[in-house]
Design a protein around this ligand. Sequence first.
Ligand SMILES: N[C@@H](CCC(=O)N[C@@H](CS)C(=O)NCC(=O)O)C(=O)O
Length: 217
Amino acid sequence: MPIDLYYMPLSPPCRSVLLTAKAVGVDLNLKLLDLMTKEQMKPDFVAINPQHSVPTMVDGDLKLWESRAICTYLASKYAKDDSLYPSDPKTRALVDRLLYFDMGTLYQRYGEYAYPVMFFGQEKVDPTKLEKLHEALGWLDGFLAGHDWAVGNSVTVADFVLVASVSTFEVSGIDLSKHRNVTAWLARCKNGLRGYHEANTPGVNDIAKIAKKLVGK
Ligand SMILES: N[C@@H](CCC(=O)N[C@@H](CS)C(=O)NCC(=O)O)C(=O)O
């Protein structure tokens, strides 16, 4: 039975799922929802996910949303081994920590900085929000020191989740250059993650068009 994924490419959480699916080797039955025209509010989608958020996955009788939960589910259920979401409790905890860091701190701070201008008509960005985002990027820079991937020297779902965020920051005019480990890791992701350009780049290009609103603000 096909695995359905309701998604929109510009959404970073959706792109982290697309990247995970590529790595796992799962073919998703992609169902595009245009958030700009509020397609996510249509009754047939709200019947699947009352929270009306994308990504939303349907795999048999499992209806699942929250991108990080979808990524770890796909890796746990369909990957050929446990390298993407390690079963060793300590290593898994380090992966989980970064998933929560991305959701609660890193991407959260980007949203607080960028969304008011990108989506809610605010005239100017708040420079204190940019400082907070750079503080979080500084922490990420430290987390990435001394190894190639987010957790150690092997790709995990933490890389897919973080790169969906950081590649969005890059096209939002956020200067990543002072976060040297972040820029080196981002280059590694672009060159080394299977299906990166298919799964992530089109959506990044879409969000770049909206993020132009941030330039000079
Ligand atoms: N924490 C959620 C966030 C999902 C989310 O906010 N998705 C946005 C797009 S990036 C969305 O669906 N917005 C439309 C809506 O909530 O109605 C996840 O990681 O899946």
